[in-house]
Ligand binder design. Structure first.
Ligand code: DHB
Length: 510
């Protein structure tokens, strides 16, 4: 049978679809913006259109946080496909509102480069709403991550309306935000998150991203305690001044780490398996590379912090027959944690004269512990074990009533109140959803092809094993990974923006 569609019916259909488009709460409105400018550190001003306070899910639970801002430079980069930098300001696993761009971080720099910027808010451990007179905690794990995934989906859903390419999203965050960035990079389209995103009313589209920029990601939370003790245990009776009880916990945790390392079956660049037995040698290669680069940039490195040097008569990389360096002094006032590798750091002495020949790792770790006191064991799942205080991680794994919770069996079973139990299935799932390591090197997710991972060489907020394992697992999965432990950097992010944006440009041109 052939139906004849009348003009009247066509008009009605058009009107209905127009009305539907109007009422689609996830449709981006290209005309709803204000004009703003920021002034960059060099005085240059950058003008952009600001689209702010946009809800990115249909079923908003917490309107303070579940919105995003989009900033579109008046002058877009003169390239065929303009990327979108999605910067999260999550810190301490807490909630974060959608923010404005800052001239001093990657958001301002991205606008200056002519890139589109998106700054989503997200719920976190401290976000609450009032429901029927009761306080409800809205941001317990994995809700903050779900929000950010929903924001990615919003950009893709509105790709035709928002300038920039939703296929070229670079996520960026620091610390807990670095962890979120690593999760966005690792968990693209994983079905494990689908039911939650559906319930939230996230756009029905993909949430994989092109690149993840992760500064000091505080992640792999369910192994982070053992990784911390295995690395820093050498300082327990020295600079860390642990009590006997703390040392017992530290030793027990540390003893669990080798089998975890071995279970990862990580490979070095030559394809050799990095077993726990040789892991520290592998870690040392990154610290030595960091120190070596710092030397080339003109930094002075003291003899007292574990590095051994050769003085090279022939050039920076040395040659057989070089002689050990004697008595190089460190200037303790030498504040080299300001952009260490960027231009403007004039070498203070002949930068080609020395190179690093070795590292006493325990000595270096002792030095790191003197710059910032270490966390006490357990460093992350600490609540109830030796102290009652919840860590940021205990809080984010808490419940909607605001009660913090343990998230490892080790800590549950080492509580002072002896409520020895095992994690329930729901907690096991929540912990798994918050660990990017679970989604790399298998077919669970569309993992971002590009990664920029930085963890300062004196950052003790988590063990060096966390970023090293993440980067290595990604490299083993054939991802494009730029990983370094920048010299003399404490726990911080969005530094050395020249280096970052050069990497972004290279990544876009590949
Ligand atoms: C952050 C730092 C931590 O040491 C931690 O355990 C969790 C989060 C942060 O700075 O975001």
């Amino acid at each position: 049978m052939i139906y004849k569609i009348t003009n009247a019916a066509l008009i009605l259909m058009a009107a209905t679809s127009g009305a539907m488009a109007q009422t689609d709460p996830l449709r981006f409105d290209p005309d709803d913006f204000t004009r703003q400018t920021i002034t960059m550190p060099n005085g240059e001003s950058v003008a952009y259109k600001a689209y702010e306070g946009i809800p990115y899910v249909k079923n908003i639970e917490d309107s303070t946080y579940q919105t995003l801002n989009i900033y579109v430079p008046e002058t877009l980069a003169d390239i065929t496909r303009v990327p979108i930098l999605m910067r999260t300001y999550v810190g301490g696993y807490m909630a974060s509102t959608a923010k404005s761009p800052s001239p001093s971080d990657a958001t301002g720099r991205a606008l200056r480069e002519g890139y589109v910027v998106c700054i989503p808010g997200s719920r976190g451990s401290n976000s609450t709403i009032d429901r029927d007179g009761k306080t409800v905690y809205t941001g317990i794990a994995p809700n903050g991550l779900l929000d950010l995934k929903a924001a990615v989906r919003y950009l893709r859903y509105n790709d035709a309306l928002i300038p920039g390419e939703s296929e070229l999203i670079f996520t960026d965050g620091t610390s807990a935000g670095g962890a979120m960035s690593s999760l966005l990079g690792a968990t693209g389209n994983a079905i494990e998150y689908e039911p939650y995103l559906k319930t939230m009313g996230a756009a029905d589209t993909r949430d994989d991203v092109f690149a993840a920029i992760c500064y000091c990601p505080i992640t792999d939370l369910n192994h982070a305690d053992m990784e911390y003790e295995w690395l820093y245990g050498c300082t327990n009776t020295g600079v860390r001044h642990l009590s006997e009880e703390q040392i017992t916990i530290s030793n027990e945790l540390s003893a669990k780490c080798p089998s975890y390392i071995n279970s990862l079956e990580l490979k070095d660049k030559s394809g050799n398996i990095i077993t726990a037995d040789i892991y520290k040698e592998y870690l040392k290669t990154f610290l030595i590379a960091s120190a070596h680069r710092a030397l080339q940039e003109g930094c002075e490195i003291p003899d007292s912090i574990g590095f051994a040097f050769y003085q090279d008569k022939s050039g920076p990389m040395g040659a057989p027959g070089n002689i050990p360096r004697q008595g190089m002094r460190h200037r303790m006032d030498d504040n080299r944690d300001a952009p260490s590798f960027g231009p403007g750091n004039a070498p203070r002495f002949n930068k080609t004269s020395d190179f690093v020949s070795g590292l006493d790792l325990d000595k270096y770790l002792t030095y790191v512990a003197t710059t910032t006191p270490l966390k006490t064991p357990p460093a992350f799942d600490q609540m109830g074990v030796l102290i009652p205080t919840p860590s940021p991680e205990n809080k984010v794994f808490g419940n909607t009533y605001g009660d913090a919770a343990n998230f490892t069996n080790f800590s549950l079973q080492h509580r002072l109140d002896n409520t020895s139990a095992t994690l329930d299935a729901e907690m096991v799932e929540r912990v798994a959803l918050m660990n990017p390591m679970n989604f790399i090197g298998n077919d669970k997710a569309s993992v971002a092809p590009n990664w920029y991972i930085r963890h300062g060489a004196k950052d003790r907020d988590t063990s060096f094993l966390v970023p090293v394992n993440l980067a290595t697992k990604l490299m083993n999965a054939d991802k494009n990974v730029d990983f370094a432990l920048p010299w003399n950097r404490p726990h911080s992010g969005d530094y050395n923006l020249d280096d970052l944006f050069n990497w972004i440009k290279t990544t876009l041109s590949e």
